[in-house]
Design a protein. Structure first.
Length: 355
């Protein structure tokens, strides 16, 4: 990981050439909507969701229910990916239609506040990996910056010391965290005079989901079902988003970097073609997603070839790794950040941040 401090903009060639790249992308139809793809995907996911619900009812008191809980976590994550794409206007040509789909999927199906998430995610896209601007590297249980780890005390300090190794186990709690954060943020908006409908939807969805599970199976098995469901949701979602930026360039609060460089230097792509594209909801093409947020998932792989060559032409480093390599990078980066608080002068990340 490197840090970019206040620096002059890159040569105009980089900025002007991005205009040419954008024109090429548009002329090749890579920004055109692929509604048929999303309708088919949602139909498949809908059938899968219905099959899981039917299976839960049919199995009753059977520990095979936990396999269905894991499957439910996968399907819910895939539906969350589509909600993410709807928020970026990738599904329909109409903004309101995308928002309606996003709200239904996020609020009523997955149980995550669409309003909270879109605000947070928009801030991330505007300033990826920028200190004090990107909420995805804000201070929390896991420290993404050495100064955050240095301030940690008690249990948090202990977690930070080994946070690379603990990162994926901690993700098993992320599903619960997303639901709690959604309810808290929406309740805060209600107190300010908005968000009442969203809060009602989130609460009804939560109550109905828990009630259905506890109706369909004994209490102990039902609680285990909910735990597996939440754990798979958290791990799958976290494991899809984490490789995108963790361990990449960190921008200081005073950085001045052109749009192309800002988005490319802070993002990492995952190799793997259509399989990874489907598995990660298009997030494996993170560079292209950040450069062209409204680009539908089916076009990202074609765009990747154009962007890779463009970056080579203008001298902007373009990062691609395998999924396995990306996880290794994330673990090492988080461990370095955590260790920086314990012994900063022996930590590689500390020295890079001090340049």
């Amino acid at each position: 990981m490197t840090t970019t401090t206040a620096a002059p903009d890159r040569p105009n060639r980089v900025t002007s050439s991005f205009t040419e790249l954008s024109r090429t992308v548009r002329e090749r139809g890579l920004l055109a909507r692929t509604t048929g793809f999303y309708v088919t995907l949602l139909a498949v996911l809908g059938v899968a969701l219905a099959a899981i619900v039917a299976g839960v009812v049919a199995l009753g008191s059977s520990w095979w229910q936990l396999a269905l809980a894991a499957a439910l976590g996968v399907v819910m994550t895939q539906l969350a990916f589509v909600a993410h794409e709807a928020a970026h206007r990738q599904v329909f040509s109409s903004g309101p239609a995308n928002d309606r789909l996003g709200r239904v999927l996020a609020n009523a199906v997955v149980g995550i506040s669409y309003s909270w998430w879109t605000v947070k995610h928009s801030r991330h896209h505007a300033n990826p990996n920028k200190v004090d601007a990107d909420p995805d590297i804000a201070e929390g249980v896991v420290s993404f910056l050495p100064e955050h780890a240095a301030r940690a005390r008690g249990v948090k300090a202990l977690i930070n010391r080994y946070q690379g190794w603990l990162f994926f186990p901690l993700l098993t709690l992320e599903g619960v965290n997303l639901h709690v954060t959604s309810l808290r943020s929406t309740a805060a908006r209600v107190r300010e005079g908005s968000g009442r409908g969203e809060l009602v939807t989130l609460v009804l969805r939560l109550v109905a989901g828990v009630a259905f599970v506890l109706w369909a199976m004994p209490l102990g098995l039902g609680l285990a079902f909910l735990a597996v469901w939440g754990a798979v949701l958290g791990v799958y979602m976290g494991a899809s988003f984490a490789p995108n930026h963790k361990g990449m360039t960190i921008l200081s609060p005073t950085s001045r970097v052109d749009f192309l460089s800002k988005q490319v230097l802070t993002s990492r792509n995952i190799r793997g073609g259509w399989g990874v594209n489907l598995l990660m909801g298009g997030l494996g093409s993170q560079v292209e997603h950040h450069l062209f947020p409204s680009m539908p998932r089916p076009h990202l792989i074609a765009a990747r070839r154009l962007v890779r060559q463009h970056c080579a032409d203008v001298g902007v480093p373009y990062t691609e790794t395998s999924l396995r390599e990306s996880y290794g990078i994330v673990v090492r980066h988080l461990n370095e950040v955590g260790l920086s608080a314990r012994d900063p002068f022996d930590c590689p990340t500390f020295h890079r941040l001090r340049r």
